[in-house]
Design a protein around this ligand. Structure first.
Ligand code: DGY
Length: 318
């Protein structure tokens, strides 16, 4: 009998066609509810989901036949992996393929907030621009400044590579220190979190979201940053205490923030939306044609390997 796979969102015709060669594919309609998902999973052993789908203990308990969850994305904090593993459900993700796109977006946001690009765009569109002025809309120069990278995995390293082009001094903190040769080739210096916050002009977050990194950046951490510094977050929203960030921005304790992720997506607090010194993107880190196709390919490859009786290439454990 052919296996059945439930897909929570359209990931493109070709990847779905490849999946359909080996399994019956059930693509859920837009706006599906958790009960509809659970209903479909009663007769399916496989699920292809993404970052916006909460796959918690309650859902897993309600789906006794589920054997594999293929996550279309690298971050898997929305899945209770530990419980899935306990139930012998395989969980896979799509690492590597979104590194460059996410690092590019990090730099797009960093440059945007520092040079006030989005703010200037709004100004022009509103018909408010009256002409060039020596002291008009000045931002802060990025070249030659310092950068603190929190989390030195694949994306942190790709961000550091790009910093070379801006001749920046880069410090990083991470659970594990890089080998010295790698630090030298990336041009980065190992530091603690405090140094990563207090000594730099830009702080950028690239660690995974786990119970340990929940609100890693709160009021106390923000108060360590320079008042001229910017915070960039393209990792996960809840790593930053959003309310503390709003207060720090309102009180001018930091110069600005550029965010791609939020505590309660897609909700973005009104206070953030009102601030000119904040750049807001709608979780676009991996949103390029090339990367999304590669993510779909990998998510499908993880499933097809399983259907063919092989170990999927990217299994994660909790
Ligand atoms: C991921 O893969 O974790 C990204 O956040 C999705 O773009």
């Amino acid at each position: 009998m052919r296996p059945r796979v439930v897909v929570t969102r359209d990931i493109g015709k070709e990847p779905l066609a490849r999946l359909a060669e080996l399994a019956d594919v059930v693509l859920l309609p837009a706006g599906w509810t958790t009960s509809a998902l659970i209903k479909e999973l009663q007769t399916s052993e496989a699920l292809l989901c993404n970052v916006t789908d909460t796959i918690d203990r309650e859902l897993l308990r309600a789906c006794p036949g589920l054997r594999i969850i293929s996550n279309y994305g690298v971050g898997y904090n929305h899945i209770d992996v530990a419980y899935a593993n306990e139930r012998q459900i395989i969980v896979t993700n799509t690492p590597g393929v979104l590194t460059e796109a996410t690092a590019d977006l990090t730099w797009a946001l960093l440059l945007d907030v520092s040079r006030r690009v989005s703010e200037g765009d709004r100004f022009v569109r509103q018909g408010r621009w009256a002409g060039w002025e020596p002291l008009f809309m000045l931002g802060r120069e990025v070249s030659g400044k310092s950068l603190g990278i929190i989390g030195m995995g694949r994306i942190g390293k790709a961000v550091a590579e790009r910093a070379k082009g801006f001749r920046m001094r880069v410090v990083y903190c991470s659970r594990t220190r890089l080998p010295l040769e790698q630090e030298a080739s990336l041009g980065v210096t190992f530091a603690n979190l405090e140094q990563c916050l207090s000594e730099v002009d830009y702080v950028t977050i690239h660690c995974p979201y786990t119970p340990e990194t929940h609100h890693l950046i709160g009021a106390a951490e923000l108060s360590k940053m320079k008042s001229t510094a910017y915070l960039v977050n393209t990792a996960r929203g809840p790593i930053v205490d959003e309310q503390a960030l709003i207060v720090a921005l309102k009180e001018g304790r930091i110069a600005g923030a550029a965010l791609d992720v939020y505590e309660d997506e897609p909700h973005v607090p009104e206070a953030l939306r009102q601030m000119e010194q904040v750049v807001l993107a709608p979780h676009l880190g991996s949103a390029t044609f090339e990367t999304r196709l590669a993510m779909a390919d990998l998510a499908v490859r993880n499933l097809t390997a399983y259907f063919q009786g092989e170990t999927p290439p990217h299994v994660v454990t909790g």
